[in-house]
Design a protein around this ligand. Structure first.
Ligand SMILES: N[C@@H](CCC(=O)N[C@@H](CS)C(=O)NCC(=O)O)C(=O)O
Length: 276
């Protein structure tokens, strides 16, 4: 593993690391913020999953999350959003291929050899973080848009692995919206039964549960009605009696300005669950 960036911020260290991933069969970069408390005692971890077109940089340079992680003593880990490199399958469109891994394990050609982001985030990256940084084995997960989908799916399918889950403008039902239908057709093939395991609303409706969830959605978000459909998550949670806080925030768009506004509340919420 090779350190490619290091900056002091808010009394802690923002780093970017590069490693060879055996799950994704390519070199990957991920960002880690180590808060000041970690020099005294190991800290719990919050994973952040970014959205379409992002890499490990967007969250660390735009969200301003380090201030809150330093306040609460939480390590932040932000992976890239897909496998990368010249030998990795790609597509000319921005919503498929590199930058658009959808946090799933692809079964179809040409994606399968590299597009295994579900296993990467859940298993390989976490093992690497446990072995390499001053952390305790307690983790939570949050994310934005495609990454909000990833966070919800990871937590719903592994409720004992994650202490809490939250999301900003998540794609709550990818099997019912154009972004998800396009990506899942390519990565998982045309059998829609195989898609359900990566759809938060479908998982909730089939009985998967988490203790609680926190979601913020901006009402000025251009993708809200066609791609994100937060109402489907609210309905599923109500029908399945799943505790939830889903907040519709007037005016806010899909950008990191929206995330920067509410990320402090999300980190405080995760810190409460991580430190129980
Ligand atoms: N490229 C798309 C927008 C993609 C987009 O909004 N990506 C979100 C995640 S879904 C993002 O976080 N973009 C990077 C950023 O704002 O830093 C477009 O032109 O409509």
């Amino acid at each position: 593993m090779q350190k490619v960036e290091e900056h002091w911020v808010c009394g802690g260290l923002q780093q970017v690391w590069r490693h060879d991933s055996h799950t994704l069969n390519c070199a990957m970069q991920f960002a880690v913020f180590v808060p000041p408390q970690a020099s005294q005692a190991p800290c719990p971890v919050l994973y952040w999953l970014s959205g379409l077109t992002c890499n490990e940089q967007n969250f660390i340079t735009k969200a301003g999350a380090q201030r809150y992680a330093a306040e609460h003593g939480v390590v932040l880990v932000a992976p890239d959003t897909s496998p990368r490199g010249e030998g990795v399958a790609d597509d000319a469109a921005w919503d498929l291929g590199q930058g658009a891994g959808f946090y799933l394990n692809a079964t179809e050609s040409p994606w399968k050899p590299h597009y295994q982001m579900y296993d990467y985030v859940l298993n390989e990256l976490h093992a690497l973080v446990l072995a390499s940084f001053p952390v305790v084995d307690k983790r939570s997960v949050s994310g934005h848009s495609m990454g909000g989908h990833g966070a919800l799916v990871l937590a719903l399918r592994n409720p004992h692995a994650f202490c809490s889950v939250s999301a900003f403008a998540p794609i709550v039902a990818p099997t019912q919206v154009p972004w998800g239908e396009k990506a899942f057709s390519a990565y998982l093939g045309e059998d829609r039964a195989a898609w359900q395991q990566y759809d938060a609303v479908a998982l909730i409706n089939s009985g998967h549960r988490v203790k609680d969830l926190l979601v913020d959605q901006g009402l000025g978000d251009n993708f809200y009605e066609e791609q994100l459909k937060t109402g489907l998550l609210k309905t599923a949670c109500e029908q399945q009696n799943l505790p939830h806080t889903i907040r519709l925030q007037g005016g806010y768009d899909h950008s990191y300005y929206f995330i920067a506004t509410f990320v402090g509340e999300h980190i405080a919420w995760h810190a409460k669950h991580l430190c129980q």
